[in-house]
Design a protein around this ligand. Structure first.
Ligand code: ATP
Length: 371
């Protein structure tokens, strides 16, 4: 499933150079984005970056100041919210407290003047979908947080919108329930074959549920890609820092070839080779950006000792059970983090504080960034 890679695929939703200003303040800054049918798309960014505003414009709650929003090729920028085949599930769930679960789910269907029999069939189907059949007669205050969340979800998909917008839908749940619910959301989206657009500031949540992630910063969309690409090939240092744990090493470009670059680091005995074509020239400053789990750490130098090896000393260790995080001070003075699965002491002597270590990595394990 990768319609975004198919030049012939037509997007379901298209944001066309959309701008939203509140007075002199630009909340959304020239965002162009295509989202496809059946896609689970996550808008990710820190608080205030404009992700909710972008979503509210798609729902029709805010008109764009500039640009257009298209749905299946039709300009919906001026269409009122209730006419859009788009529904939004709010962070607060907004359930009616005096109505039971059944009536909460039926509410929108009744407004649409659907027949009684059709409403009953649809509500039963929705209750089954979110596994809440035994709770149909309960009021929201008689439910757990997770159950309330599922009622809200059932109610928002009952009318079968083309697009479901989810504004931080899981923040009220505790960590374990949140993780379970992420998988339920993915199941639901696949079963219904709907397009889901989720807004979140939680990068793990975005990576778990989404087919593609759009990272926002100060109103701009700075990278749109599947989770693995965002994680492994972040376009900028901001994105690298925002997603997961990362090491950033300041370097200078020593040589450039069509298939890669060689970097130099003061006091590093071996050259650093990165298999990536980057638009840089010798002498340029650059950052080598590399995830802790992409680095190898050992008490002996790797053989053959050719490139991408740093000598260092362990100054701290974080034990996490399945793995340990080693904080290593390299000979060039930079401190980096290396993660390594923990194995039995019978297999190898554990690395400990003040050990002299060798940190190495493959040429495709890191990326070179200049901004
Ligand atoms: P959060 O995760 O905190 O909700 P967000 O990324 O969703 O953040 P938005 O809610 O889209 O951010 O807000 C983006 C910016 O626009 C914020 O600085 C906010 O204060 C501003 N903003 C949003 N709505 C309005 C409004 N109606 N009037 C004025 N400023 C607004």
């Amino acid at each position: 499933f990768a319609p975004w890679d198919d030049p012939a695929a037509k997007p379901l939703i298209r944001f066309e150079t959309v701008v939203k200003r509140f007075g002199a303040f630009t909340a959304v800054d020239r965002v162009s984005l295509d989202i496809y049918e059946r896609e689970f798309f996550a808008l990710l960014g820190p608080s205030g970056c404009g992700k909710t505003t972008l979503m509210r414009m798609l729902a029709g709650f805010e008109p764009p100041t500039e640009g257009r929003i298209l749905l299946a090729g039709e300009d919906i920028s001026a269409m009122p919210p209730y006419r859009r085949p788009v529904n939004m599930m709010f962070q607060s769930y907004a359930l009616f407290p005096h109505m039971n679960v059944w009536d909460n789910i039926a509410f929108g269907l009744r407004q649409d003047k659907m027949s009684k029999a059709d409403i009953a069939a649809r509500v039963e189907e929705m209750l089954a979908l979110v596994k809440l059949e035994p709770f149909a007669k309960r009021k929201p205050h008689q439910l757990s947080g997770g159950q309330r969340q599922r009622v809200a979800l059932a109610r928002s998909v009952a009318k079968r919108p083309k697009v479901l917008l989810l504004d931080e839908p899981l923040t009220a749940l505790d960590k374990k329930l949140r993780e379970e619910t992420q998988f339920e959301l993915m199941d639901l989206q696949m079963t219904l074959g709907m397009t889901f657009l989720i807004v979140t500031h939680d990068q793990e949540e975005a990576m778990t549920v989404a087919d593609r992630i759009g990272v926002m910063n100060q109103g701009q969309l700075v990278q749109v890609a599947p989770p693995a690409v965002i994680y492994e090939q972040p376009a900028t240092r901001y994105i690298a820092d925002f997603i997961g744990d990362v090491n950033v090493v300041e370097t200078k470009v020593a040589a450039v070839a069509p298939d890669g670059v060689t970097l130099g680091c003061e006091k590093t005995a071996y050259p650093i080779r990165i298999a990536q074509s980057v638009d840089v020239k010798p002498g340029d400053s650059a950052w080598l950006v590399i995830r802790p789990e992409k680095l190898r750490i050992a008490l002996e130098p790797p053989v053959p000792a050719e490139s991408n090896i740093f000598e260092g000393k362990v100054w701290d260790i974080g034990y996490l059970g399945d793995l340990s995080i080693y904080h290593v001070e390299l000979a060039c003075g930079t401190r980096i983090k290396v993660s390594k699965p923990n194995v039995s002491r019978l297999v190898e002597r554990p690395i400990t504080w003040d050990d002299k270590v060798w940190v190495s990595f493959a040429p495709d394990a890191g990326v070179v960034l200049t901004h």
